[in-house]
Design a protein around this ligand. Structure first.
Ligand code: NAD
Length: 361
């Protein structure tokens, strides 16, 4: 099996789908890894490090690959150069772009968009949504700390006492919990809320306080479901009051397959103290705050609202290390004695493959 890796060309993307570590492991598993020169430069992995890990450097590497690894979905023009029938693994979001979907079909590629991977216990080591969300939550809180005109921790100094910042994290999934942990490490007073009741214990175990807004909304697969109008009104009313006392908000709320829920209205921002900061990690899917401008930071009557994009790329080294391990673990489902074998009775393959499992079952 020849393994190839795409060069990431999306603006601001520094991560890479293969690290020297996973290159070595794939080679040990019987694969031949071929990479284009400069592959890992965005994440500071040198050609030499890959070569030492068994990779062959080849400017035409992709064209011969049987298994292609990527972070962002390749452009249709790149897809058209892949070997017909090649296997493609990464965050592909084929439904989001008809031209790309068509290119995958036209080339007969066997695509495994990892955002479709069932989130079962066995799949945890391959869960790119979780590994990347952890970095996103961490960086979002650091951006918030940087933008805030305050200390996070309580300080007792010769110039008097400084009160700790009050931080609120909206949505306590993987990103939100990492944001809470990060704010705690910086010494802030942290609260979090979510519509999944089990997050109370998770927030508290990190030293945060669960903010109970009286709304619980668990849907399919244990994920959040969209709120009804009534639930949304209740959440908003209670939150509006609470936000008046908050210094920093990090938003992470999401509902799978939908635009981000609108949770903070412009009126709620207007009620916040000048000098407050909102960092909206949900900017990518439209934002949890009405004022969020994806990719931009604005000031609204003294309240800073930031909508940073592709936060995992800011931590490209560790984000790549985790992402590449996720891909390696997934690749092991396919690699059998140096060949690619598809066991369609394995739900991790059958439910992830796109468009539909080949009938060869
Ligand atoms: P996500 O990114 O889809 O959503 C982030 C959070 O926003 C979620 O916690 C969600 O409940 C919350 N949310 C949605 N609407 C909200 C609203 N109106 N107000 C407040 N909060 C709202 O979620 P995620 O971080 O990808 O994953 C969270 C879920 O996935 C959890 O159920 C988690 O246990 C599960 N998960 C399971 C595994 C596994 O291996 N079994 C791995 C990862 C995640």
């Amino acid at each position: 099996v020849i393994v190839g890796v795409t060069r990431e060309t999306a603006a601001g993307e520094r991560r890479v789908a293969l690290t020297p570590e996973t290159c070595r492991k794939l080679t040990a598993a019987g694969a031949q890894v071929r990479i284009v020169p400069g592959l890992g430069v965005g994440a500071h992995f040198s050609d030499q490090a890959y070569a030492d890990a068994g990779a062959v450097l080849d400017p035409q590497a992709l064209a011969e690959a049987d298994l292609v690894l990527c972070v962002q979905p390749p452009e249709p023009a790149v897809l058209a150069t892949l070997k017909p029938g090649a296997v493609l693994v990464g965050m592909l979001h084929p439904q989001a772009d008809p031209a790309r979907a068509e290119a995958i079909r036209a080339r007969g590629l066997i695509a495994f968009p990892l955002e479709r991977l069932p989130r079962t216990t066995r799949a945890q080591a391959m869960d790119v949504l979780s590994s990347q969300a952890g970095m996103a939550g961490y960086k979002a809180m650091l951006i918030a700390a940087q933008l805030a005109p305050r200390f996070f921790p309580m300080l007792t100094t010769a110039a008097g006492t400084i009160r700790p910042s009050k931080v609120l994290v909206i949505g306590a999934g993987v990103a939100g919990l990492q944001a809470i942990a990060t704010a705690r490490r910086l010494g802030a007073q942290v609260e979090g809320f979510d519509v999944r009741p089990e997050t109370r214990e998770q927030i508290e175990s990190l030293g945060g306080r669960f903010l109970d807004l009286g709304v619980s909304a668990v849907g399919e697969g244990g994920y959040a479901r969209p709120l009804t109008e009534e639930e949304r009104a209740l959440q908003q009313q209670r939150l509006a009051d609470h936000l008046k006392g908050i210094d920093v908000v990090v938003c992470t709320a999401a509902v799978p397959g939908r635009p981000a829920p609108r949770i903070i209205s412009a009126a709620m921002v207007a009620g916040m103290k000048p000098g407050s900061v909102i960092v909206d990690l949900a900017a990518e899917t439209g934002g949890n705050c009405e004022l969020t401008r994806p990719g931009d930071t604005i000031d609204s009557n003294g309240v800073t609202v930031a909508g940073p994009l592709n936060l995992p790329s800011l931590g490209a080294i560790h984000a790549s290390e985790m992402y590449a391990r996720n891909l390696y673990n997934f690749a092991l489902l396919l690699l059998k004695e140096g060949r690619l074998v598809f066991d369609w009775s394995d739900e991790l393959l059958a439910k992830t493959v796109w468009p539909e499992p080949p009938s060869a079952a």
